[in-house]
Structure formats: C-alpha cells, structure tokens
Design a protein around this ligand. Structure first.
Ligand code: GTP
Ligand code: ZN
Length: 234
C-alpha cells in the first residue's frame, strides 16, 4: 500500500503504525494514497473533527450558523463523509465475499452490467457517477452476483480518479476469483467537468481493464457487444 505522511492536528495519539491491521484489511488491490495512520482514529472522532472543520469552512464562507437550516450541516456533512460517501476508506466496510464451487461447470463469461455507482472526484470532492460493467471467467470458483456490485460500491465510496477505481475493482476481483480473466469497463460523468470548470454537460469518461482471456480480441468483442446490447428486461 502506498503511504503518505502528513500531519493532522488531532487530540489523538496517531503516531504509531498498525501495519498488520492495514495489510490484512487493505489487500493487494488497494492503491489509494493513505496516511500511515489511516486506521487509527475511530469513526466518532473522525466525525467530530470533520464537523468542527467544516463548520469553520461554512463560517469563512460567511454563512450564519445560527440559522436553523444551516445549524446541523457540519454534523450532517461529517456523517455523510464517514458513514456514507467515503465509507470505502475504512477496511471494516469491505464486503465479505464467500466463494462457491463452480459445480455447474459454467465455462463461459459471466457479465454483471450496468452497475450504478456514485463516487467523488479526489481533486474537487464533487460527485462522479456512472455505470460499471464487469466480467470474468471462473477458474473453478464463483462468487455471488451481488458481491460484484458490492465490490464496485466499496471502492467507489472513496475520493477517486476513474482510472484507479477501474484498477481497484479489477485487481480485487482477480485476487478473490484467483484468475486473470477479468474485464472492467466504467462509463462515468464527472461533475467537476459538467457543473463547473469547463462546464461540459455532455462528455463522458470511459475507462477499461482487460486481462487474461479478455486480451483476446474475440472475447473482448463478445463482452463489449453484450454490454452495449439493449437488454430490456427492466
Ligand atoms: N485523469 C483523471 N482526471 C480527472 C478525474 N477526475 C477529474 N479529473 C481532472 O483533474 C484535473 C485537475 O486539474 P487542475 O487543473 O488542477 O484543476 P482545475 O484548475 O480545477 O481544472 P479545471 O477542471 O479545468 O477547471 C482536471 O482536469 C479534472 O478534469 C479522473 O477521474 N481522472
Ligand atoms: Zn474533479
């Protein structure tokens, strides 16, 4: 895991490194740049500190925190960051995945497409949202379909760049399923591009990862055709 040292003024002793914990929980697919003491602080303290600092940001912006609509916002934002939109930074929220034997000897590709995800751009902290399409060939084991969605959600719920999110999903699936035969495609809208800055409301960002059998052009085409096909079952 990549580790970064920065100093944060907290009342906690966050100086020692719990390497074993971090390694056990983060796994090999984790490439988010995390502080070496990222797992030291409990959620309550994180929320308390974020609320305190966010309140200051609101005050600096000139907002009157005695207004009854604004009063609760620092705590609301803190709770949303820690328990919801950035919950994927905490390894305790990593989905528990059970493997099953591929008893039915299914040897074709399995595709989980149109997985809706919400993430946040790590440069501007505004939403990225889109669809993930994931496929794999079983090397003898299979996982429950919902776990694929949960893995996508876990890594999406972090400050992200789309390229890293794509790789984290792919590497996690390769680790769990013990195979290189994994493909991941993400189509997403970045609100830092659409709602500010260049303000392009139409452009989308595509990222893709193909390994193992998916490097074969025919297999790749089969996967891409399937994710682009209209499946009107909903
Ligand atoms: N590669 C990559 N870039 C991203 C992603 N999300 C946002 N960005 C870009 O990150 C860049 C940050 O660049 P800066 O020039 O420092 O930011 P900025 O001055 O706010 O740039 P503008 O958005 O052009 O106004 C921007 O070009 C964003 O569009 C992502 O997932 N992957
Ligand atoms: Zn951005």
């Amino acid at each position: 895991m990549k580790q970064k040292e920065t100093s944060l003024n907290t009342p906690h002793n966050m100086n020692h490194l719990d390497d074993d914990f971090a390694e056990d929980h983060a796994g090999t697919s984790d490439s988010t740049p995390l502080r070496s003491d990222a797992f030291e602080m409990d959620d309550d303290l994180k929320m308390e500190l974020i609320a305190k600092h966010f309140k200051e940001i609101m005050q600096i912006l000139g907002l009157d925190l005695t207004d009854d609509s604004l009063q609760g916002s620092p705590k609301r934002v803190a709770k949303m960051y820690v328990q919801e939109v950035f919950s994927g930074l905490n390894p305790k929220n990593k989905p528990k995945v059970r493997l099953f034997e591929n008893k039915y000897k299914y040897d074709q590709m399995l595709v989980e497409k149109d997985i809706t995800f919400y993430s946040h751009c790590e440069h501007h902290f505004v939403p990225i949202y889109g669809k993930a399409h994931v496929a794999y060939f079983s090397s003898g084991k299979v996982i429950g379909l919902s776990k694929i969605n949960r893995i996508v959600q876990y890594y999406a719920k972090r400050p992200q760049v789309q390229e890293r999110l794509t790789m984290q999903i792919a590497n996690e699936l390769k680790d769990i399923l013990m195979t290189d035969d994994v493909a991941v495609v993400l189509d997403a809208t970045h609100m830092c591009v659409s709602s500010r800055g260049v303000s392009d409301t139409n452009s989308m960002t595509g990222t893709a990862f193909f390994d193992g059998k998916f490097r074969d052009q025919n297999i790749k085409t089969e996967f891409l055709n399937y994710i682009n096909a209209k499946t009107d079952l909903r």
